[in-house]
Design a protein around this ligand. Structure first.
Ligand SMILES: Nc1ncnc2c1ncn2[C@@H]1O[C@H](COP(=O)(O)OP(=O)(O)OP(=O)(O)O)[C@@H](O)[C@H]1O
Length: 611
């Protein structure tokens, strides 16, 4: 695995300082998205927070009134407790309402969070589909995707933290108003005690983000090691080859390095954080002593003492919460920026005005001097390929491993664009067609087809998912590919859950999976059928049956088959022999056998193996 050296803490810290606050710019867009998720829940949450925000000062104020009233009543000969009980009733009411509102806030936070995280996961899935294979294979793009995907729950926390911040500002405002009214000097003391700890929090949170960011590739590697080390798909090999120690050691080394770097940061942050916190506690007691002196000298009442010391303490906690939340918000919004960056990745779409795709293929494909190399690799995989596939022709591609057969198919399907040369369909360059519409004309099965751990029905219907409930069509496709033999032996028939990941799942053999996947190509009346080594796992009889059917069923249709089995290949109308990215030969089986070249050599080699 290619490793980029993760940046040191120092290197990253420099960047971190500039990151931290500018990232807050993403918040308006974030709140717009949340608002769209559920305006009703959002308004309920917001109003509940506004009301809760003034409850601390209200409680303290009523507390002050109660104490002053108690002291007053004690000093009176004829006591009248009506006023006192009214105050107690008001305090009780505020406490109950505040508690109910807090529960409402938690409830709506959770609900909005769930909705938002579902919506953003769906956005990521949709965006991933818009990107080209080339973009997805690029490690930098992949890292972006990884960061966007990882922080889903973080984004939910960010929402409630940002809203708490607004709530906090109102609480702080009301508490400050109380302090200013009685003792403005206390405010200066308060600010002085808070600022150092805020700077500390801000500094370390941006460091932490920077380190996490520079380690994205390594964290991806850690995930991968976790996957291969603890997974039913890899268990067979891991046990057989005794790889556990190797994988665990590799994991330990990498995770250990990451742990160390994080530990250093956390330690420094805690040490400085504790020091600055002591400063805060000292300032609180300073203020307390100051107020006590004022009470003793008769400038303040006992009720005012409890109000002021309570306000000061709450204010300090609120401010500390405000500042640490502020840094947490700026840290999370850095991840949020990653998410938006991912959503904003430009989708490479060449044309907006497309040429209509011919309703019926008349001439076929022409591959004209096509060159191609994968991005990020110096290797030229296709080196000036030219040939034609006539409409209705059954063409086979053969050649040794790595010759470029699958790559050629991927270019015909427009997963990649040729670096030079062109591919024409009925004389029109295929890049002029709408990509999605163009691909709809193909029924394709790749050698590395995906085994969806869904039902058998879904595994076939993915070839044309709009027909998921079209039983006759699914059964027909299964008959054509011999997947009906698989359906027959399943307890739940076509609705059998496949794979071992979910309950009642049934694993299939390699050949059974291949028959099921092959049925996908028959799920639509495609103009062109492409089978990239579709029968490698089938037994000899099954392969013969599959191809016999294929030839009959695709009469008049254009098709391309890639296979290493020459008994299959010889059934094609014409055979293209690729050698090291160039066309070595092209012709019918008989034509190619009449020349002592690569095809004849490979055919005879395989035939000899069967004798
Ligand atoms: N996504 C990719 N990125 C970079 N290089 C790739 C990619 N896919 C294939 N290659 C390279 O392109 C070359 C041709 O691969 P391709 O899959 O087209 O060969 P093939 O003829 O289909 O081989 P096989 O018979 O083994 O399936 C190989 O050298 C391979 O390493």
């Amino acid at each position: 695995m290619a490793r980029r050296a993760p940046a040191s803490i120092k290197e990253q810290s420099k960047k971190g300082k500039t990151f931290s606050f500018s990232a807050l710019k993403t918040l308006p867009r974030f709140f717009k998205e949340i608002w769209r998720t559920s305006p009703k829940l959002f308004v309920t949450n917001f109003v509940a927070r506004l009301l809760t925000a003034i409850s601390p000062v209200a409680l303290l104020w009523v507390g002050k009134l109660i104490i002053d009233e108690v002291i007053l009543q004690i000093s009176l000969d004829q006591q009248d407790l009506t006023q006192l009980w009214t105050y107690v009733g008001i305090e009780l009411g505020i406490a109950i309402i505040a508690d109910l509102l807090n529960r409402l806030i938690n409830l709506t936070d959770g609900l909005i969070g769930d909705l938002y995280s579902n919506a953003s996961s769906e956005k990521i899935i949709r965006k991933t589909n818009e990107l080209t294979l080339e973009q997805l294979e690029d490690p930098d793009f992949y890292d972006k995707l990884e960061r966007a995907r990882q922080q889903t729950s973080g984004r939910v926390g960010l929402m409630s933290a940002s809203l708490s911040q607004i709530q906090s500002i109102i609480s702080i405002g009301s508490l400050i108003a109380g302090l200013i009214y009685f003792e403005p000097l206390l405010i200066i003391l308060l600010v002085l005690s808070i600022i150092p700890s805020f700077i500390n929090e801000a500094k370390y949170s941006s460091h932490r983000y920077s380190v996490a960011r520079s380690w994205t590739a390594e964290r991806r590697e850690l995930d991968y090691l976790r996957f291969i080390g603890a997974n039913n798909q890899t268990a067979k090999e891991v046990k057989l080859f005794g790889l556990t120690d190797y994988i665990a050691a590799r994991f330990r080394k990498l995770s250990g390095d990451y742990y160390e770097i994080n530990k250093k940061l956390s330690l420094k942050q805690s040490i400085y954080g504790s020091l600055f916190n002591v400063l805060g506690i000292l300032s609180y007691y300073g203020a307390y002593i100051f107020i006590i002196f004022k009470v003793i000298s008769g400038t303040l009442s006992i009720g005012e003492l409890t109000f002021l010391s309570g306000s000061f303490n709450r204010l300090r906690n609120n401010l500390q919460g405000f500042f640490s939340r502020f840094t947490a918000i700026s840290e999370s919004s850095l991840y949020l920026r990653d998410y938006f960056d991912f959503l904003d990745i430009e989708v490479i779409d060449e044309a907006t005005v497309y040429t209509p795709i011919p309703a019926e293929i008349k001439e076929g494909f022409e591959i004209r001097n096509v060159h191609f190399g994968y991005a990020g690799s110096d290797l030229e995989v296709l080196k000036g390929i030219s040939f034609k596939i006539k409409a209705g022709e059954k063409m086979a591609f053969v050649g040794q491993n790595g010759a470029g057969k699958t790559t050629l198919i991927k270019l015909i399907l427009r997963f990649y664009e040729p670096t030079k040369g062109e591919i024409l369909l009925d004389g029109i360059n295929i890049s002029k067609f709408n990509k999605q519409e163009y691909r709809k004309r193909f029924g394709v099965i790749f050698q590395d087809f995906f085994k969806y751990e869904f039902s058998l029905r879904e595994n076939i219907a993915v070839g044309n998912i709009g027909e998921l409930t079209n039983d006759p069509m699914i059964h027909d496709a299964a008959d054509r590919s011999l997947a009906n033999q698989v359906v027959e032996v399943m307890k739940d028939g076509i609705d059998q859950q496949l794979g071992r990941r979910f309950a009642k799942g049934q694993e299939l053999s390699g050949g059974q999976w291949q028959k099921v996947a092959l049925a996908r190509a028959y799920m639509k009346d495609a103009d062109v059928i492409v089978l990239d080594e579709p029968t490698s796992a089938l037994d000899a009889q099954a392969e013969y049956d599959v191809f016999e059917r294929f030839i009959g069923l695709t009469k008049g249709k254009t098709s391309i088959i890639i296979s290493h089995r020459f008994s299959t290949v010889r059934m094609a109308d014409r055979i293209l022999v690729l050698e090291n990215g160039t066309v070595a030969e092209i012709g019918t089986h008989e034509e190619l056998m009449s020349e002592p070249k690569l095809y004849e050599k490979l055919f005879n080699l395989q035939a000899a193996g069967y004798q």
